[in-house]
Ligand binder design. Structure first.
Ligand code: PAF
Length: 293
């Protein structure tokens, strides 16, 4: 049965009991407003662990002053219903004053990773993410933590933080779940009107264009970006924040694409900022792999 835990002492106590019984813990950190993307992580966690803990916490530290902290969708009761159906053991729903009591001033800075891509237009965002996830890891002590590829930069930062700080948590990144048409599932899709939702497909279309160009031998970032821009600029409600192709570990922009580099973008559709990405695979590499599979 699903247990909802809100206090830090209660979660520590429950985790102590799990650890005492030597059960493995899978952890899915979320901000709620759950969709199939989150549920795919939960399902994977269920298959790989004895117990599954999901956190639901809209983390104030990762929102900038003029961002959507107050509007962010909060659907706690329906989230719990979904998680209960999935057989989740614990929903951890801490309160901000207990997570960040008066005097809280610790930050986690991932130099060279946090200020790239989304970090440029969301200064401080990834510090907020790193702090909360580090706190959650300390409280929940998971064996495996699950993240979605849609938040690509976040996954890179999580892997780096775990390695740098010897946290001993296995980070698993699962594929982006998309609507028919390609729009990546996101809690923020709830902000989109009907026409905006149709327009938002341009993100995915531009990523597919990038992969198609790579398939036909184009490696130059400038050429690929120009084609991606054309697709997005064709949508009236779309305004590009960034389009980049980066090394998947360092997040350094690459002038020429290598196999496994990631094309990432952020685009405003009306007032809603959406992100998406694709791992660029060389056609030749696919052929090579399939001939050995
Ligand atoms: O991806 C999210 O929903 C959040 O950034 C996370 C990892 C739950 C931290 O608040």
């Amino acid at each position: 049965m699903l247990r909802v835990i809100t206090s830090l002492s209660d979660i520590k106590q429950s985790i102590k009991i799990f650890k005492g019984n030597q059960v493995s813990i899978g952890f899915v950190p979320t901000m709620g407003a759950l969709h199939e993307g989150h549920l795919s992580l939960v399902r994977q966690a269920k298959t790989e662990n004895d117990r599954v803990v999901v956190s639901i916490f809209v983390n104030p530290l990762q929102f900038g002053k003029n961002e959507d902290f107050t509007q962010y969708p909060r659907t706690f009761d329906s989230d719990c219903e979904l998680l209960s159906k999935e057989g989740v053991d614990i929903v951890f729903n801490p309160k901000a004053p207990e997570m960040y009591p008066d005097g809280f001033c610790t930050s986690v800075l991932l130099e060279r990773l946090e200020d790239k891509l989304c970090g440029k237009s969301r200064p401080g965002h990834f510090r907020g993410v790193a702090v909360v996830v580090l706190k959650l890891f300390n409280l929940i002590n998971p064996d495996i933590a699950y993240f979605g590829q849609k938040d690509f930069q976040q996954t890179v930062i999580m892997r780096r933080m775990v390695a740098d700080l010897n946290l001993g948590v296995n980070i698993k990144v699962l594929p982006t779940i998309r609507e028919i048409g390609g729009l990546a599932l996101s809690s923020r899709n709830a902000y989109l009107g009907e026409t905006e939702k149709k327009d938002a497909i341009c993100l995915y279309k531009s990523l597919i264009k990038a992969q198609t160009m790579v398939n036909s031998g184009t490696k130059n970032f400038g050429e690929i970006k120009a084609e991606m821009e054309k697709i997005i600029n064709n949508c009236k409600s779309a305004k590009i924040d960034y389009i980049s192709i980066v090394n998947p570990e360092t997040l350094e922009a690459v002038p020429e694409v290598h196999n496994g580099d990631v094309a990432a973008l952020a685009v405003r559709i009306g007032k809603t900022r959406l992100i998406d990405n694709i791992i660029l695979i060389f056609f030749i590499a696919i052929m090579f792999l399939s001939s050995y599979s």
